[in-house]
Design a binder for this molecule. Structure first.
Ligand SMILES: Nc1ncnc2c1ncn2[C@@H]1O[C@H](COP(=O)(O)OP(=O)(O)OP(=O)(O)O)[C@@H](O)[C@H]1O
Ligand SMILES: [Mg+2]
Length: 417
């Protein structure tokens, strides 16, 4: 990324991830000389520049789209800079576009406050130093970029979560199917037993002899000893289905995840509940889930993080078939280390080439075929871990495997160190 370039998160599919586009600065000033000078400065700094000679013309240019930052004169005849800025802010599309006021007036606190109240981000005085303007523009664009990326990632976090669920859906279906089928077959047996018991009752109504004869015929003793374990098993199966469905609900909620107390071990356990079958089909699952509590973290989103890492691990081991008789190892570990709660997901899969290690957290970076990966999984993980005040690290060796380590401060974001 060049100094003033920016990643376009919504780039056309297939465009290289790191093709920067130049930022576009719109300068609105009624003085042709000022326009020329500012355009010269900004062009030298590597920006695209659009100019407008009045407030209304500037607003029109803004509507046409593509503007990343506005430099705005204060005193203009048709509509002053304050009013232009208020109108920019009133439009939700531009509510976050940075605005720098430029004024020829003397330093005046009241007027400066007026500009900032109108929604301006900076208030600079003419004659403007080229280097100051350059630094302000660069800083504001950088902030706006970071904020924009953050918002987009939040939006895609939801669809990404559903995509990850889609990938384990087959396993989940199996998890649910298993208990359901024994619940149904148990109910069948219970119905047969119930009919037998009804017959015994009816026989007893005819007299003790008939009753006892019927008891022997249906095998009353073995029925009675069977029923209770059958009921227990059925209830157990029902509870398991309920637990799985509840897990799915955790994943499918779309609202903002509130910050709450959470134990990473519990998060890992519930991810395993959904994925264990898929994981065991691909390798030996090694788990070591020690208590790793955190006071405040976006719990629901952490479920998604672990699921994304586990899905990646499954895909990585699939990409490296082993010789007959050897098995892959998929590891899930949690523990508390000092002030941090740690979670580690490891695999013995294909590994990540060194050149890719710096890019895997970028949105849309994927090495998987179209339809398999969107390249959002790890960028969402990085976002959620950042929201939690933590870090995510990766170690990988080609042909040997990969380990992702997440460390989150136990006291919650911003409260450690
Ligand atoms: N455990 C792993 N082993 C090997 N490579 C990995 C592993 N995890 C991630 N990668 C690499 O990082 C890339 C980005 O991962 P990420 O989860 O962000 O996207 P994806 O898995 O390709 O797609 P998505 O998760 O959106 O379905 C992957 O395409 C892959 O090349
Ligand atoms: Mg992924």
């Amino acid at each position: 990324m060049t100094e003033h370039g920016r990643y376009d998160l919504l780039k056309a599919p297939g465009a290289p991830v790191d093709s920067p586009r130049r930022s576009l600065v719109l300068v609105i000033d009624d003085d042709a000389m000022n326009l020329k000078v500012l355009k010269g400065y900004l062009t030298l700094d590597g920006y695209e520049v659009a100019v407008a000679e009045s407030g209304p013309e500037g607003l029109e240019r803004l509507e046409a789209g593509g503007v990343d930052l506005v430099v705005l004169d204060v005193r203009m005849p048709d509509m002053d800079g304050y009013e232009v800025c208020r109108r920019i802010r009133a439009n939700s599309r531009h509510a976050r576009t940075p605005v720098i006021f430029l004024t020829a007036d003397q330093v005046d606190e009241k007027r400066e406050l007026l500009g900032l109240d109108a929604g301006g981000d900076e208030y600079l005085h003419k004659p403007i130093s080229r280097r100051v303007l350059s630094a302000r523009v660069r800083n504001l664009l950088r902030l706006a970029d970071a904020e924009r990326e953050h918002m987009l990632l939040r939006q895609i976090a939801h669809s990404e979560k559903l995509a990850a669920i889609g990938q384990v859906a087959a396993g989940v279906a199996h998890e649910v199917n298993n208990p359901l089928s024994f619940i149904l077959s148990n109910l069948d047996s219970l119905r047969v037993y119930f009919n037998d018991l009804k017959q015994v009752l009816q026989a007893w109504q005819q007299g003790p002899e008939a009753g006892r004869a019927m008891e022997r015929k249906v095998g009353l003793e073995s029925i009675l000893s069977d029923i209770s374990p059958l009921l227990d098993e059925t209830v157990h199966g029902g509870r398991r289905v309920r637990a799985i469905v509840q897990e799915l609900k955790t994943f499918s909620r779309s609202e903002e995840a509130p910050m709450e107390a959470v134990d990473l071990a519990a998060v890992a356990r519930s991810t395993l509940l959904l994925t264990e079958r898929e994981l065991s089909a691909r390798g030996t699952v090694e788990r070591d889930l020690q208590s790793a509590p955190i006071d405040a973290a976006p719990r629901q989103k952490l479920h998604q993080v672990v699921l994304n890492l586990v899905v990646n691990a499954m895909q990585a081991v699939e990409a490296r078939p082993l010789p007959e008789g050897q098995r892959h190892v998929l590891g899930l570990r949690t523990r508390t280390v000092g002030e941090f709660a740690e979670l580690e997901v490891s695999d013995t899969g294909c590994g990540i080439p060194e050149a890719n290690l710096t890019r895997i957290f970028e949105p849309f970076f994927t090495t998987k075929p179209v339809g398999v990966g969107t390249g959002l999984g790890l960028s969402v993980c990085a976002l959620v871990v950042e929201l939690s005040g933590g870090t995510i690290e990766v170690k990988s060796t080609i042909g040997a495997g990969t380990t992702f380590l997440i460390r989150i401060p136990r006291a919650g974001p911003g409260k450690h160190g």
